[in-house]
Design a protein around this ligand. Structure first.
Ligand code: NAD
Length: 294
């Protein structure tokens, strides 16, 4: 019999991921803080608390904003750990601190359960299309158990090491994405203020060594200044905070990450925390007194 799935956190990412699991034939019980979001999920049973989800599930997936929410949902009152069944598996697919992950995994083990960290990249489009890149930390046995679910939600699924290492790889990913958006923004504003059409800059750079996925995936948003998320500035700021904290813990210097972290804070202060992270462009535009294409 197929395992029964619990799904907690039905936002931009969680909703389509859960939808894909239902479409693949899984029996799913859902919980979200705002109940309507769980009710919108056709074909799922809606639970009143994370504890209730745990009581009805063999594998519990969480897709929540940050470490405090994952802690609340797992170890808080009426949380997953209060209702978890012996032998159950928690799969946290949120992007959170690897240190918090290790602690939660320890608590799960005390309850006779286990945990994988399985953060994703690929954005809302990858979640909708079921093509996410999933980086998984945990035991080989737990990885194999969750693999059929990962294959529904993802395209590239990689077991990267023990618990916590999925989050470490995700932090590395977020460094590259943020710094690339920043570099593309500088290139666009320099080129445009220098008299070149921004489309041409992306076309030319995209065909050479400077070419990258940001230029493809964020092309329209940056050219049109349509910064509906996508991936929100405030979430990426959270992720660089995780990366910087990990750098401090491991004694690794992350000088340019620190600068871009400050730029994301600046954007939040300017009221753009809920915009797509490609809105970093607007910061370079404002400090350069030039909007691309104008
Ligand atoms: P989101 O804010 O759209 O969704 C989070 C959901 O969790 C919301 O529905 C919210 O109501 C719910 N929630 C919050 N606190 C809760 C609680 N205590 N109990 C129950 N439900 C609660 O965020 P998202 O964009 O879906 O991102 C989720 C995670 O995935 C984040 O860690 C993010 O960094 C990561 N991520 C997002 C993207 C992206 O493109 N959006 C890409 C990769 C990874």
């Amino acid at each position: 019999m197929a395992e029964k799935i619990g799904f907690i956190g039905l936002g931009i990412m969680g909703h389509p991921m859960a939808e894909n699991l239902i479409e693949a034939g899984y029996d799913l019980v859902a919980y979200n803080r705002t109940r309507e979001k769980a009710e919108e999920l056709e074909g799922a049973t809606v639970a009143d608390t994370p504890r209730e989800v745990a009581g009805q599930s063999d594998i519990i997936i969480t897709m929540l904003p940050d470490s405090p929410q994952v802690e609340e949902v797992l170890e808080g009152e009426d949380g997953v750990l209060e209702g978890i069944k012996e032998g159950a598996l928690i799969v946290d697919m949120s992007t959170i601190s690897p240190v918090v992950t290790e602690e939660l995994s320890r608590q799960a083990q005390e309850m006779g359960a286990s945990m994988l960290d399985a953060p994703v990249s690929g954005g809302d489009v990858g979640a909708i299309e079921g093509t996410l890149s999933i980086m998984v930390g945990g035991s080989e046995e737990d990885f194999e158990r969750a693999l059929p679910l990962f294959e529904v939600m993802g395209g590239t699924v990689t077991h990267v090491g023990p618990v916590g290492t999925g989050q470490v790889v995700k932090a590395a990913n977020q460094i590259v994405v943020a710094l690339t958006i920043e570099a593309v923004s500088e290139a666009l504003v320099l080129g445009s203020k220098g008299g070149v059409a921004p489309e041409k800059i992306l076309d030319v750079l995209g065909g050479g060594l400077a070419g990258n996925k940001i230029m493809e995936v964020k092309r329209e948003k940056m050219l049109e200044h349509s910064f509906d998320p996508g991936f929100r500035v405030e979430l990426h700021h959270k992720d660089l905070g995780i990366a910087l904290a990990a750098g401090r813990e491991y004694g690794v210097t992350l000088p340019v990450t620190a600068v871009v972290d400050q730029m994301l804070q600046d954007l939040k202060t300017r009221g753009r925390g809920d915009r797509d992270h490609s809105a970093l462009l607007t910061l370079i535009e404002e400090s350069s007194g030039h909007e691309i294409g104008s």
